[in-house]
Design a protein around this ligand. Structure first.
Ligand SMILES: [Ca+2]
Ligand SMILES: [Ca+2]
Ligand SMILES: [Ca+2]
Ligand SMILES: [Ca+2]
Length: 204
């Protein structure tokens, strides 16, 4: 489970960085020194508001982010999920280039994606695939097949259904070996599945 710890921390940092884009009057300096960190360690604040990054979607609700190395070049990329309204790409990734971030569309269709998401090589093809779950308007969980090495900014990934029944709302998913048999399962919350606080379910 140790692999999840740094990734979760990075996800939190990324989410905070994206949230900060809505607070330009507070965080106008481009360099933000991290509290309680080495004096030589700085964050660089990039924002779509200043065109440092392309906007992810016409949607005004960016609900989930993931950090993973999609193209397997040894450098992390990141994913942004959005939900309606208004319509727009529901899932994009930002590919790290030598000195910039390039936006690639994973899925142009509008989906009601909830906060959460995770990644794993679901099909065993040697590249990391992505999972997201539906919000309170959706009973679906989806996964997208990484098309590596055939990437282009407008080449969308194949989306497949993991769940299309039962209760709505799936706020968080995570891959792990929860049964201790050496094989990875997918666990997810299903908040509207019937119990007062929803249910945690595991799919092998
Ligand atoms: Ca990469
Ligand atoms: Ca794969
Ligand atoms: Ca693949
Ligand atoms: Ca297992």
């Amino acid at each position: 489970m140790s692999r999840f710890i740094p990734r979760i921390a990075l996800n939190i940092l990324l989410t905070c960085a994206l949230l900060l884009t809505s607070l330009p009057t507070i965080f106008t300096p481009q360099k933000i020194r991290a509290q309680n960190s080495s004096p030589d360690f700085d964050f660089t604040h990039l924002t779509t508001a200043d065109n440092d990054l392309p906007i992810p979607s016409s949607s005004v609700q960016q609900t989930a982010s993931l950090i993973l190395d999609i193209d397997k070049d040894g450098v992390n990329d990141f994913v942004i999920a959005s939900r309606r309204p208004p319509p727009g790409p529901s899932l994009v990734w930002y590919r790290r280039t030598i000195d910039d971030w390039e936006r690639y569309v994973i899925d142009s269709e509008p989906l009601d994606i909830e906060a959460g998401g995770d990644y794993w090589d679901i099909d065993g093809g040697g590249d990391l695939d992505i999972v997201m779950g539906g919000d309170s308007r959706s009973n679906q969980i989806w996964w997208w097949e990484n098309p590596a090495p055939n990437f282009s900014p407008n080449t969308e990934w194949t989306r497949r259904l993991i769940k299309n029944s039962g209760g709505n709302k799936h706020h968080d998913q995570i891959f792990g070996d929860f049964t201790g048999d050496g094989k990875v399962e997918l666990a997810f919350w299903n908040q509207y599945a019937g119990l007062s606080n929803g249910q945690v379910r595991i799919i092998e």
